[in-house]
Design a protein around this ligand. Structure first.
Ligand SMILES: Nc1ncnc2c1ncn2[C@@H]1O[C@H](COP(=O)(O)OP(=O)(O)OP(=O)(O)O)[C@@H](O)[C@H]1O
Ligand SMILES: [Mg+2]
Length: 233
């Protein structure tokens, strides 16, 4: 269970998150929605330790994460797929995936992890020697997700995975995303594709100017006009 309690963080003097609290349990896909500049990416950056928490607490299964450096947080089971994917274009698919395996607790099971990734994304199998940069945007996004999964994260943070992708590819991507949560893995996803996202999510939070203004089950949020209002104001 990832618990975020009244965290504040930001850039320079400007607070971007003003007391955000949120919970994500294993098996859940939790959506973070909200207009541009609401603080969605900042929230993910704060959880993964790319940005320091100024107050409040973040813990994973009771272990405090705030204050730890990003690489320790990653080792404790938080994988962050940043906006723009962050795969290495000059490395092959195989080597991009290998990078993900570095975060595994032990070398044992590395091959099984790779096999599982290739079962999830069968199109990668014949292309393991291709450079990451040769892939389409959607494939790069899937590679970034596969790489994150190889570290066996307990929490997977996805920042706008569908950004810049064609509608058909977005549908495929959400198919993949809908199957990412397991009994010991939770997903926290930031998306502009509100409706698609709420179809795969279990719950959602709406952020506005650094605060949670609405949170409910995905079912209740679908078609809730308060979402529309949050985006307009
Ligand atoms: N590197 C930065 N330096 C200074 N201010 C920043 C920086 N990144 C974000 N901000 C500011 O922090 C606030 C929250 O930004 P954030 O990127 O978290 O929003 P977001 O909800 O992810 O928006 P978007 O939908 O555009 O991705 C905004 O006011 C933004 O201008
Ligand atoms: Mg963002």
């Amino acid at each position: 269970m990832l618990s975020i309690d009244r965290i504040e963080s930001g850039y320079g003097l400007v607070p971007a998150l003003r007391g955000v609290s949120l919970r994500v349990a294993p098996g859940e896909i939790v959506a973070v929605l909200g207009p541009n500049g609401a603080g969605k990416s900042t929230l993910l950056r704060t959880v993964s330790g790319l940005l320091a928490t100024r107050s409040g607490a973040i813990s994973l299964n009771g272990r405090r994460l705030d204050g730890l450096p990003a690489h320790k947080i990653a080792r404790l089971g938080v994988a962050h797929v940043v906006e723009g994917r962050g795969i290495l274009p000059n490395l092959t698919i195989r080597d991009n995936l290998r990078l993900g395996s570095f975060l595994r607790a032990s070398r044992a099971g590395e091959q099984e992890g790779l096999d599982a990734a290739l079962d999830r994304f069968p199109w990668m199998r014949p292309r393991l020697g291709d450079l990451g940069g040769r892939l389409s945007g959607g494939q790069q996004q899937m590679l970034a997700i596969a790489r994150a999964l190889l570290g066996e994260p307990k929490v997977l943070l996805l920042d706008e995975p569908s950004l810049g992708l064609a509608p058909k590819i977005i549908d495929e991507l959400f198919e993949v995303i809908g199957r990412l949560a397991t009994d010991d893995r939770a997903v926290l996803i930031v998306e502009q594709q509100v409706h698609r996202c709420l179809r795969v999510a279990t719950r959602g939070y709406v952020l506005q100017r650094g605060r949670v203004v609405l949170s409910d089950s995905a079912e209740a949020l679908r078609g809730d006009e308060r979402i529309e209002r949050a985006y307009l104001s």
